[in-house]
Design a protein around this ligand. Structure first.
Ligand SMILES: Nc1ncnc2c1ncn2[C@@H]1O[C@H](COP(=O)(O)OP(=O)(O)OP(=O)(O)O)[C@@H](O)[C@H]1O
Ligand SMILES: Cc1ncc(COP(=O)(O)O)c(N)n1
Length: 264
């Protein structure tokens, strides 16, 4: 029987911990066949981003045309899109992108910018209206809304306000919540707020958690799970992948998660 196919539209992380590399490993761990449209190359390792070379939007389009013309993509995740031009381009394909999970990657965990400064509105105006799920972290929600998003109450209000731009579901991720003993994510869909919570794992190996969460959600949507089930499963998967790599020392900075075969 043919495998289910998912697509990631994202940047390459040469260090293998985030971006396209994290997404494809996450798809494989879910037994989903991964395809990829690369929007940018980053010269990156666990310590930070040394350089970025954005792919010309025309060639991002050529990759999308090639994949969509030939392969039965069942769900899509977007990660680093690098420029508002590429956000606009991807939005133009929205009608052909089922189960669209938009992770609005703006800044790396190292603090390096991954998206054109002051151009974030393109996400709100062009891409969010087409998304099944959007997954900002606290800092991304704050940049998108132009105000501080620091605690769970702020995150609930942020999720409501971001939902007004049109996505079916908003998850404001709480991996950077201050002083929390649990990793609490706020999920807002259909006018209802729910909290997704898992025990906090004390680890420096947390590079790529956001990419992995969004890719696991897309993989599960591709497998036919409803959104709420896909998000709960993705949350469990990230927790397991963080726990499994907690004892690793790969790289001098924030190390990667343990995907797929390393989980068992
Ligand atoms: N130390 C941790 N222990 C348990 N869960 C965590 C931890 N860190 C992050 N998570 C979970 O991982 C998912 C990603 O959240 P996070 O807020 O880290 O996203 P992000 O900032 O976009 O990730 P990234 O570091 O890749 O940019 C969320 O479900 C969050 O609750
Ligand atoms: C290519 C690429 N995509 C996404 C991220 C965000 O991940 P993180 O916040 O863990 O650095 C990244 N660093 N690099």
């Amino acid at each position: 029987m043919n495998p289910v196919v998912a697509l990631t539209i994202a940047g390459s992380d040469s260090g293998g911990g985030a971006g396209i590399q994290a997404d494809l490993k996450t798809f494989a761990a879910h037994r989903v066949f991964g395809t990829s449209v690369i929007t940018a190359l980053t010269a990156q390792n666990t310590a930070g981003v040394r350089g970025i070379s954005a792919v010309d939007p025309g060639f991002v389009g050529a990759q999308l045309d090639a994949v969509l013309a030939d392969l039965p993509v069942a769900a899509v995740k977007t990660g680093m899109l690098a420029t508002p031009e590429t956000v606009a381009l991807v939005a133009g394909y929205a009608a052909r992108l089922p189960g669209l999970v938009v992770d609005p990657v703006l800044v790396a965990s190292s603090g390096d910018r991954l998206f054109t400064r002051d151009a974030e509105r393109a996400y709100l105006d062009l891409l969010f209206p087409h998304a099944a799920v959007v997954t900002p972290n606290l800092r991304e929600a704050s940049v998108l809304l132009g105000r501080d998003v620091l605690d769970v109450d702020d995150a609930i209000k942020a999720a409501e306000d971001l939902a007004a731009t049109g996505p079916a579901c908003v998850v404001v991720k709480g991996g950077h919540l201050r002083g929390s003993r649990d990793a609490v994510d706020v999920v807002y869909a259909g006018g209802t707020v729910e909290l997704l919570s898992s025990p906090w794992i004390d680890t420096a190996n947390n590079h790529g958690t956001g990419c992995t969460f969004a890719a696991a959600t897309a993989a599960r949507l591709a497998l036919g799970q409803p959104v709420a089930e896909a998000l709960a499963g993705a949350k469990d998967y990230v927790h397991a992948a963080l726990a499994a790599s907690a004892g690793w020392r790969l790289g001098a900075g924030h190390g990667p998660l343990a995907w797929g075969p390393f989980l068992t």
